[in-house]
Design a protein around this ligand. Structure first.
Ligand code: EPZ
Length: 432
C-alpha cells in the first residue's frame, strides 16, 4: 500500500515492451488445475493478482515454482477443493477456480465473491450454467458449495456475453460428457488465450473468439508449455499517457487484432498510428487532442470498459466535448471526481459522462478507488502542471507491474512512497 508522488509536465515517450496480459493470465492459471502433468507458463506479468493466484494454487496443494516471469505448476498434488474467504476477498477472479475444481474433482467450495468498486459483480450466470451441466450448488455462511455426480455437455445461452462466465464454462466443459455449445459467448482476446491454452493441454475447443464456442469433452488433459500474450489494456494505458503528455511512443508485443476499437478512438482525438513489423506500434499524438464524439463501452470488439477510465482521463485535455456511455459496469466512473479536483470538466449522469476539454490540469492530492481508475489518475498527474499525490497504489499494483518504474523509464517523474498506515484501518477491499 502506498502513494505515488508525481511531478507533471514531462512527456511520456520512447519504446516499451508491453508485459503479459493480467486478464489472460488469471484463467490460464486456474486452468492449470486440469492438467495431469506439469505445465510451464511464460511471460507472466508480476502483478499482485497473478502472485496471489499463484498463492491460491499453492494453498490448495499444487507445486508452484516461479523463476522470474516463468512458472512451473504441478497440480497432481492437489489437497483440497476449498478456497477460503480471505483469498477470494483478495482475489475476486478466483471465481474461475469454481469451474476448474468442479471439472477436476466434481466438487468445489468457494467463498461467495462479493461486489467491488465498479459494481455488484454477481455470478448468477456462472451458477445457472453450472447447474444446467449437472452441478448442485448451495450457498451458506457466505460459502458456495458445488458438487456434481456427472458433468454433462449441453447448449448454454448466455443473456450477456460475460467474460468470466464464458471462461468458467470452458473450464468445466473440457472434460464434460458430450458436447457443450456456448451461445452468445464472450469474444474477448482473453477467451482466445484460455482456449489456446486448453487446446495445448489436449482439449477439443472450436469457435473461440466468436459468439458460439463448441467444446467436446475429453477424458484427460496433459501438460503444456504456454506463453501469455501482451496486455492490451496496459498497452492502451501507456498510449493514453503518451498522448496526454505529447510524447511519441512505440509499443512492442501488442497483437494488432486486439487493438482495433482503442486505436480507432485515439485516432479520432488526432493521434496517428502505424505498425512496423507485426508487433511494433508507433503512435504520434497531435499538438492538441480533439474530441467531438461519443464512446460506448461494450463487449469485444466494442470499446473495452477497462479502457474507459483511461480515455476519460485523456479526454479531459481534448479540445471539444465528448460523451462516454459505460454499459458494462454500473459504477465505473470513480475517477471522475478526482479528475475534477485536478481541474477537469466532467459531468456524470448515471451511466453517462460528459467531458469538456480544458487547456490544462493542475496537480492535486487524490485517491484511487479501483484499478483502472487509479491508472487514469496517474496518467492525468503525468500531464498536469505541478505535483500530484495519488493514494491507493494497492489498487494499481493489482494490474500494472511497477507502473512507477515503467513511467520513469518513459520519461515521467514519479516515485512510489510505501505507506503501511494510510489504509491501516481499511478492511481488504473487494477487487474486480
Ligand atoms: C472480466 O471481468 C475482467 N476481469 C474485467 O477486467 C473486465 O472489465 C470484464 O471482464 C469485461 O471485459 C478479469 O478478466 C479478471 P463480465 P468479469 O462477467 O468476468 C455482469 C480489469 O480492470 N454479470 O464480462 O467479471 C457483471 O456484473 C477488470 O482488469 C452478471 O450480471 O466481467 C458486469 O456488469 C475489471 N452476472 C457484466 O456482466 C454474472 O454471472 C460483465 O461482466 C456475470 C457477470
Amino acid at each position: 500500500m502506498g502513494t505515488y508522488i508525481v511531478r507533471g509536465g514531462r512527456k511520456i515517450e520512447g519504446e516499451f515492451h508491453v508485459r503479459g496480459s493480467k486478464n489472460g493470465t488469471l484463467p490460464v492459471l486456474a486452468a492449470c488445475l486440469l492438467a495431469e502433468d506439469e505445465v510451464v507458463v511464460e511471460n507472466l506479468p508480476l502483478i499482485r493478482d497473478v502472485l496471489q493466484t499463484l498463492d491460491i494454487l499453492q494453498e490448495v496443494g499444487c507445486r508452484v515454482e516461479r523463476r522470474g516471469r516463468t512458472v512451473t505448476i504441478d497440480s497432481r498434488y492437489l489437497s483440497t477443493v476449498e478456497i477460503g474467504s480471505e483469498m477470494v476477498k483478495r482475489m475476486r477472479s478466483s471465481i474461475l477456480f469454481l469451474g476448474a475444481l468442479l471439472c477436476r474433482e466434481k466438487r468445489a467450495k468457494l467463498a461467495y465473491p462479493g461486489g467491488c468498486a465498479i459494481g455488484r459483480r454477481p455470478i448468477d450466470m456462472h451458477l445457472t450454467a453450472f447447474e444446467k451441466m449437472g452441478a448442485v450448488i448451495s450457498a451458506e455462511d457466505g460459502m458456495l458449495d458445488c458438487s456434481a455426480e456427472k458433468v454433462t455437455g449441453c447448449h448454454i445461452y448466455l443473456p450477456f456475453p460475460s467474460v468470466g462466465t464464458t471462461e468458467n464454462i470452458l473450464l468445466l466443459a473440457v472434460k464434460a460428457e458430450g458436447v457443450t455449445v456456448i451461445h452468445n459467448a464472450a469474444r474477448e482476446p482473453e477467451i482466445v488465450t484460455l482456449a489456446r491454452f486448453l487446446r495445448a493441454c489436449g482439449a477439443e475447443i472450436y469457435g473461440e473468439g466468436t459468439s458460439s464456442i463448441l467444446i467436446e469433452g475429453v477424458c484427460r488433459l496433459h501438460g503444456a508449455y504456454f506463453t501469455i500474450p501482451a496486455d492490451r489494456i496496459e498497452g492502451g494505458t501507456f498510449l493514453c499517457a503518451a498522448a496526454m503528455t505529447g510524447g511519441e511512443l512505440a509499443l512492442r508485443g501488442l497483437e494488432r487484432e486486439q487493438m482495433g476499437a482503442v486505436l480507432e478512438t485515439l485516432r479520432m482525438t488526432g493521434c496517428r498510428f502505424f505498425w512496423e513489423d507485426s508487433d511494433l506500434l508507433w503512435m504520434k499524438p497531435p499538438r492538441r487532442l480533439v474530441s467531438d464524439f461519443t464512446i460506448v463501452t461494450g463487449p469485444f470488439p466494442a470499446f473495452p470498459t477497462d479502457m474507459q477510465p483511461l480515455v476519460m482521463s485523456l479526454l479531459t485535455l481534448a479540445k471539444g466535448s465528448c460523451m462516454i456511455s459505460e454499459t458494462v459496469f454500473e459504477a465505473r466512473f470513480s475517477q471522475g471526481e478526482a479528475l475534477c479536483r485536478m481541474g477537469a470538466d466532467i459531468r456524470i449522469f448515471g451511466e453517462n459522462a460528459c467531458i469538456r476539454g480544458v487547456e490544462k490540469l493542475r496537480g492535486a492530492e487524490v485517491c484511487a478507488k479501483d484499478l483502472r481508475g487509479g491508472a487514469a489518475l496517474l496518467c492525468a498527474a503525468m500531464a498536469a502542471e505541478g505535483e500530484s499525490v495519488v493514494h491507493g497504489s494497492q489498487y494499481v499494483e493489482r494490474g500494472y507491474e511497477k507502473i512507477e518504474d515503467a513511467f520513469s523509464f518513459l520519461g515521467g517523474d514519479i516515485k512510489l512512497r510505501e505507506e503501511r498506515n494510510f489504509y491501516a484501518e481499511e478492511k481488504i477491499e473487494k477487487t474486480e
